[in-house]
Write a protein that binds this ligand. Structure first.
Ligand code: KG4
Ligand code: ZN
Length: 365
């Protein structure tokens, strides 16, 4: 039986600076002793998207404070740790570098083992932290930076069934909000507007449904919203509050319909390979969307799969998932040295063809 392990996790790959302490005790549920997340929404608000240089500088300024708070809140000192896990990619390179350099400094000063973690593996392994899921399971990552279907087969083994070829769905929500004069992040406001709108008034395209497979595309959808908005402006001289609600409702219905159908296909592929105790797990900020969640839950039910959605604070970017993935890798013997490099792109499934989109929130790998 393995010994208890307490890891510090560090995350800085996009626009959240985060540090957390997680303890894994054999035979018991792992404990998140602390999870500090400092968002940067206000810093980027004026620019309509994440500005990599601003993000990198903010990470560099805030990371050590986040680590101190995470240790304080957990009630542990550096000497109580068994290792340091850090996101080494994929993501905005300046931010990833800030985290990796801090982790190396801490490891060098304390002699603690260093474990580099793939950010996507952090999301992918979260259902094992929250729900003690056994391998394998199907994972749908839907956030502002990611969108992919992964079969999680093991700590180091992922098979990508498909992903977005351009924007991530959260990015599409954010851009749609911007087009309609709504604040960022766009997801929650578009969802609130959509709840008051008619999803049938505007029939937006369902991109890539006519093609086989699980790849997705969201950039055309946002363009369709732009065209519908401009048509209304040309016709009426502007858009009404109800127009905006109906545009949001139509957009959200299209995103949900596409994700539901692609999830059905991914589950079909998954079930052909792994028919026993199928599970669909979701992660990413877009998984907070109630309409989408309901559709995914329905599809899972119809396909006979269990639906697992970790609590939202662990679905969105955080460092507890990085500490946990570090523990999982460490248990498998993974150790990194001072040559650990920060990687802007780092696909989990090395055999899958590269995805094209890079989006406003950085590489999707
Ligand atoms: O996972 P996350 O916190 O960060 C990364 O992008 O990695 O996800 C943030 C994204 C944003 O694009 C935000 O608009 C979207 O998730 N989001 C939502 C909702 N809440 C957040 N999208 C749709 N509906 C929501 N309720
Ligand atoms: Zn993420």
């Amino acid at each position: 039986m393995s010994a208890p392990l307490t890891f510090l996790g560090i995350e800085s790959s996009c626009d959240d600076t985060a540090a957390a302490v997680v303890r894994a005790v054999p035979g018991a549920a792992p404990a998140i002793l602390s999870s500090v997340v400092e968002g940067q929404t206000a810093l980027h608000a004026a620019f309509g998207g994440v500005v990599p240089e601003i993000a990198a500088r903010a990470h560099a300024e805030r990371l050590d404070g986040c680590v101190e708070r995470a240790l304080d809140q957990a009630g542990v000192a550096l000497r109580d740790l068994d290792g340091i896990a850090v996101t080494a990619g994929p993501g905005l390179i300046g931010g990833v570098l800030s985290g990796v350099m801090l982790a190396k400094g801490l490891a060098a000063a304390t002699g603690l083992p260093l474990v580099g973690v793939n950010h996507l593996a952090g999301h992918g392994l979260t259902p094992r932290l929250t729900d003690d899921l056994a391998f394998p399971y199907l994972m749908l990552l839907v956030s502002g930076g990611h969108c992919q279907f992964l079969i999680v087969e093991g700590v180091e083994s992922y098979r990508r069934l498909g992903g977005t070829i351009d924007d991530a769905p959260g990015e599409a929500f954010d851009k749609t909000a911007k087009l309609l004069g709504l604040p960022q992040p766009g997801g929650p406001v578009v969802e609130a507007e959509a709840a008051l709108g008619d999803p049938h008034r505007f029939r937006f395209p369902r991109p890539l449904l006519d093609r086989p497979g699980c790849d997705l595309s969201f950039s055309g959808l946002k363009t369709a919203v732009l065209r519908a908005r401009d048509a209304l402006i040309a016709e009426q001289g502007g858009i009404t509050v109800q127009d905006r609600r109906d545009l949001c409702a139509g957009f959200q219905a299209a995103v949900a319909a596409v994700l539901a159908e692609k999830t059905r296909r991914a589950l079909t592929e998954y079930l052909a390979l792994n028919p026993a105790d199928p599970v669909l797990a979701v992660a990413g900020g877009v998984a907070a969307n109630k309409a989408l969640r309901a559709e995914l839950e329905t599809v899972s039910g119809v396909m006979g799969a269990r639906f697992v959605a970790p609590p939202l604070r662990l679905c969105t970017d955080n460092a507890a998932m990085i500490a946990w993935a570090g523990i999982e890798r460490f248990r498998q013997g993974a150790r990194d040295g001072m040559d650990l490099s920060a990687r802007p792109r780092w696909p989990l499934d090395q055999t899958a063809p590269a995805l094209i989109g890079s989006g406003k929130k950085g590489a999707k790998a």
